[in-house]
Design a protein. Sequence first.
Length: 302
Amino acid sequence: MWLLLAFSGPVCWAVSTHIDKYLVDRYFHDSDTAVLMLFTALAGLALLPVIWWIEPAILRPSLGAIAVMTGSGILYMGAMLFYLRAIQSEEASVVAPLFQASTLFTFLLGYIFLHEKLSPLQLLGGALVVGGALSLSVQRGATKQGIKSRLIALMLGATFILALSTVLFKFFAIRDDFWTTTFWIFVGEGFFGGLLLLRPAYRRQFAKLFRRNPGAVAGINAANELINLGAGLGVRYAALLAPVALVSAISSTTTFFVFAFGVAITRFFPKLGREDLSAGNLAQKGLGAVLIALGVILVQRP
């Protein structure tokens, strides 16, 4: 049972990654991806009454804890903004493995601010994550060679912000209920969306997209939020039934599911998305994904 719950996380996150890629390609090809964050904020706000009904004690935490949880939601939206801009021009199977760098940043920030010690194995794992990220970011082709510096910069920004959010949680020792935490994170996401609406250009793009495809964009975003909630719940309850390190190692398989779903979509549903399935590209993605997955497993070892 716990194994099924543990794998529900990476499977759902992989599905969510491809949904993000579909949304960006289908509706935001010529628009700023910041506008998509407005739809994400709306989807989160729409779920607030449901979460309050599930967990009426959402006001139980202290004001400090509420501020940290809300701030985490704001940071999460900032990270997703970098991520969506990366996925706007890159394949999902290239972007997804780079998300694992957040584990490396989490341990580095924990070492600096929380004085946590890093073992030789964890340092080796960090080196593997860096090596895997660099191998994925190498641009191949007859006309262009080199490192995809924009991709690296965007994903480093995204993963650093996510890691900062995690360390803030740990620093303030937030240990509140899943639904309470989720509620205040969604509040933070809504606040971030409100800040975006202050820009007239974003308001105009949002109004235009909402008039043109209100049901499609909002509906897909809402479904995506539910998928992510399901993933979080699955991994959380798996960690109650099995060792946390083992569940974390299974969570690092997200990259492989993103790649597998990408191949299936390209072969059977090419209108929904395409991946480069050439032999050289597959070898590059496979090497990068394996290095990062091994690195994450080593970094998470006690």
